[in-house]
Structures are given as C-alpha cells and as structure tokens.
Design a protein around this ligand. Structure first.
Ligand SMILES: Cc1ncc(COP(=O)(O)O)c(C=O)c1O
Length: 383
C-alpha cells in the first residue's frame, strides 16, 4: 500500500461526505456550513488590498509579524487581563486548524492519550491520531446541555493521559462553560497535572455570559495551550489566520514544526488581522447581535415543531435531537434534503454517540432560517 497506515486509518470528514450529495442540487437551503454568512468588514478587506498596493508580498517572521503578536497581547490584556509575551509566548498560525495540529504534534509521544468531550469538532480526533496519540472520548448528552463534568474527567484519567482538548463555545453544540464550571474542571486538571488544549475560536460569540479563557484562571496559564483566531468572530475564514498563546517551551516546539511546514501565515492576511483586532469598532458586536436573534428564533422554532433542542450559549450552531422521528440522523438528513431541499449535518459527523442529532448552522439569513423551519415542519408532517 502506498499510503501510510496512520493516514489510511483516518476517516474522511463526515460533513464532506454528506455535502457531496448537496452539490449540483438546486434551491437547497444549506444550513450545513460552519462559516459566517457575513463578508469580512470592509475596512479589513481594504487594509489587505492596500498592503498589496504598498508591496507587502514577502514572508514574515516564522512566529508571525510582531505587530500582530503585539496587538493580540494587548487585546488579551485589555479584555481578559491575560499576560502573554509576544516574543516567546505567541505564534501566528494558518488558522486554528494548523494550531491544533501543531499542538498535538508538539506534546504527544506515541500512544499517549487526549481526552475529548463528545460531540466534538470534526478535526479533533484526526489531529490526535495523526500525531500518533489516542483519543478518549467523554460522552455528553442533551440532558445536561452537552457539558462534561469534573467527575467524568476524574474517571477517565488513566496512565498515559496527557491532556484535555476542550472547545468552547462548542462546534457543534454551542455549549459553553461559566467561570464556575471551568474552575471545577480546572481542579481536576491540576490534580492530575494535565495540559488543556483550549480551542476558544468562538469566544466572542458567547451570548448569555462573559467568556472566561481557561488560561485566565489561577495556576492555569502554564498548563493551557490557548487557541484562537479570526475566522469566526471577524468573519475572516478565507484569510486563514489563527494564533496560539501558551507556555514558551510549548509555543517554541510548535514554532519549530510551523517553520518547516508552513513557514508563516500569509502576510496579506496578517496585515488584515492587525486591522481587525485593532479597529473592530463594533463589527463583532453587530454580527453577534444578529446571530443571537437567529439563535433565539431557531431554537424556539425547532422545539415548537417537536425537535428537542437545548439553548446553545455560543457559536452559531443548534444541535437538536431527532429522536422523535425514529430515523437515524443520516436518513433524516438525506430524506429532508431529497424531499424538502434543506441541508444540515448528521450528528454522527461529530462522534459515534451523536446519531440522534443533527447540526444546524444559523450563520444563514433570518429569512432562510424561517423558510427552512417551514420545510422541516412539512417534512415531519408528511412522513
Ligand atoms: C471549533 C473549531 N475549531 C477550529 C476550527 C478551524 O478554524 P480555522 O478557520 O481557524 O482554521 C473550526 C472551524 O470550523 C471550529 O469550528
């Protein structure tokens, strides 16, 4: 076989597999994609264009432009009183996607384990596997709002467990954690000397309470690899800019891999990111307000038509149960697409235990969401 066993063993993304069916169909309302329906704010795009006109077309420092690292440090200091040294403790990456991969490759020895709450973002399993590690999934359910508990972590810690990979607000459930809940998790993390790879990409899209970064909690900074980026809150998915903040030894190790595999994030995108983080001027707040309006609508409407759905606290996803239909998530999604032309993602894509749910992205216009709910209701009545 020409392909390595490690790569061959990784399953392709369940989202891709389903959306190959959507391609080529007309009049489909797609609530499947996990990206903002907003275009990047104009002043950010303008800065990218201007930087090209000014001739900024070179590589940057491997770590990323110091102006951007400095702006991120200042932003985190102001917003969360976090202190990160832009020289040693911050690395600019090609999205959080690259950062996840670098983090796993930097900390894992063959066979070491990472705890991953389920449902999980589709890349979490593969990045651990590709780094030679093993995942231990911690199952959650709609009954407790898809939250992991300190007791669950406590039970799962066995020799070889190195850390916890936590994404909050979560893709696909929108679940987030209050400061108090995080403190309880941190007690177990500290007790067992674990690392936390904390994917906080949707932090600015938290609706019901203030987002607390894990690394801001007492004695956590040295054990948290904090991942964030510009894709979601700033509607900049195509720019491909993310960042890691963490202990200097781990960021240094990640930088070593990054310099040989990516060299640096694109300079045009870094220039745009500087503009975004320094001069957001209410862009994020305006998008967040609209997502929140849609969140309240879609969650209320899904419950009204008989699909039980918990209220997500962040991101832009709803994760209703389709148990009442008696169909598997794959059948439900396929049939709904065929009969009513609404595309959403079967829950299995986010973990083997999630086949009774589907993911609906509400990063789509209010009108689309209204029409989608009508179509789903028709589908449920006509079955
Ligand atoms: C939880 C989570 N982490 C990471 C990513 C990857 O984002 P990026 O565009 O920063 O690579 C996504 C994208 O959907 C995500 O939902």
């Amino acid at each position: 076989m020409r392909i390595s066993k490690r790569v061959d063993g990784v399953a392709p993304s369940g989202i891709r597999a389903f959306f190959d069916l959507v391609l080529g169909m007309k009049d489909v309302i797609s609530l499947g994609v996990g990206e903002p329906d907003f275009v990047t704010p104009w002043h950010v795009r303008a800065r990218a264009i201007e930087s090209l006109e000014q001739g900024f077309t070179s590589y940057t420092s491997n770590k990323g432009m110091i102006e951007l690292r400095g702006a991120i440090a200042a932003f985190l200091k102001k917003r969360h009183r976090l202190d990160y040294d832009p020289e040693e403790e911050i690395l600019i990456t090609v999205g959080v996607s690259e950062a996840l991969d670098l983090a796993m490759r930097s900390i894992l020895n063959p066979g070491e384990k990472i705890l991953v709450p389920e449902p999980y973002y589709v890349a979490y399993g593969p990045v651990v596997d590709l780094a030679g590690g093993e995942t231990v999934f911690l199952k959650t359910s709609i009954d407790n709002g898809f939250k992991i508990t300190p007791q669950q972590i406590e039970k799962a810690v066995v020799p070889g467990v190195r850390g916890l990979l936590l994404g909050y607000p979560s893709n696909p459930t929108g679940t987030s954690y209050s400061k108090k809940e995080l403190e309880a998790i941190c007690r177990v993390v500290k007790k067992h000397d674990l690392l936390v790879i904390s994917d906080e990409l949707y932090d600015e899209l938290t609706y019901d309470f203030e987002h607390t970064p894990l690394s801001a909690l007492p004695q956590m900074k040295n054990r948290v690899i904090y991942l964030n980026g510009f894709s979601k809150s700033y509607a900049m998915t195509g720019f491909r800019v993310g960042y890691v903040c963490g202990p200097a030894d781990i960021v240094g190790a990640m930088t070593k891999i990054h310099q040989y595999t990516s060299l640096c994030a694109p300079i045009t995108s870094q220039m745009a990111a500087i503009e975004a983080i320094k001069n957001s001027n209410g862009d994020v707040a305006a998008m967040k307000k609209e997502y929140d309006r849609r969140r309240r609508f879609i969650v209320g409407a899904l419950n009204d038509i008989g699909l039980r759905c918990h209220m997500p606290q962040g991101a832009f996803y709803a994760f209703p149960s389709i148990a009442s239909t008696g169909e598997s998530a794959m059948d439900f999604a396929r049939n709904l697409l065929k009969k009513q032309k609404v595309a959403l993602v079967p829950g299995d894509a986010f973990g083997a235990s999630c086949g009774g749910h589907v993911r609906i992205s509400y990063a789509s216009s209010y009108e689309n969401l209204k029409e989608a709910v009508c179509r789903i209701e028709k589908y449920l009545k006509k079955r």
